[in-house]
Design a protein around this ligand. Sequence first.
Ligand SMILES: Nc1nc2c(ncn2[C@@H]2O[C@H](COP(=O)(O)OP(=O)(O)O)[C@@H](O)[C@H]2O)c(=O)[nH]1
Ligand SMILES: [Mg+2]
Length: 267
Amino acid sequence: MQLASWRLLARLVKQADVVVEVVDIRDPISTRSRRLEKIVEAFDKKLLIVLNKADLVPRLVAEKWKRIIEGHGYEVLYVSATKRLGTRILRGTIKKLAETKPFVATVVGYPKTGKSSVINALRARKGASTSPVPGNPGYTKSHQLYKVEPGFYLIDTPGTIPVEGSWPEAIIRGRAPEELKDPVPPAVALIEKILKYNAKAFEEAYGISSRDPYAILEELAKSRGWFYKKSKEPLIEEAARTIIRDYHKARIRFFVPPEEFLREVNY
Ligand SMILES: Nc1nc2c(ncn2[C@@H]2O[C@H](COP(=O)(O)OP(=O)(O)O)[C@@H](O)[C@H]2O)c(=O)[nH]1
Ligand SMILES: [Mg+2]
């Protein structure tokens, strides 16, 4: 995953008519970028916050998050890109915010929040071409322009936001699990965070009932047959990478309750 600069992000925001920020509804506090939102405000662009992966939380929780963030003056929707829930309303809301045609909506957000999935869902129509618009001048190769319908364009921005959020999100979203030098500390922090909100998460995902992060890593490594060749100790690094990967893929169930927001300061 390439991390470009804030300057590039600012350029992409400047070129957009609407900015769609994709957030993971399981943890909106850690996956929103306040810094990005400030850039959008500075350029006086329309911002739509999309709480994605709504299929992973109870509807009431999705509603509560929507209301909390709306209460701060933002335009907010919750959707499930992969289950195609709320995507028709999303398409309509982007058009409404753009006001005129043609327009460009730039889709931004932390890695793995579902930006590409949201774009796919918006473009999933009979006869829509699946490839990006070729030769789009003014945009770098990594920032593809997609056509939703005549006059409605979307830009994907893979790896654009420098992830500087809270621990461990900043680490586990900043790089692919394979690229993490030592995946154990962020995995332990992630396990602790998940257990705080769903004590049974690892029992549900792997049948591991332990509540100790290191014991969970060891048991997972043992159950998969991952051991160091020489010492025969469980290969917890591999277990750590697996847990980070499974968290991204939503194989481990948890969400931060909206009430948690009220305990956050400086937000
Ligand atoms: N359950 C669920 N998973 C999703 C949803 N949207 C995306 N994902 C998954 O989240 C992961 C990251 O999605 P992707 O679109 O590649 O994220 P990007 O890095 O922001 O472009 C993938 O494994 C997707 O299948 C959703 O609405 N619900
Ligand atoms: Mg993507």
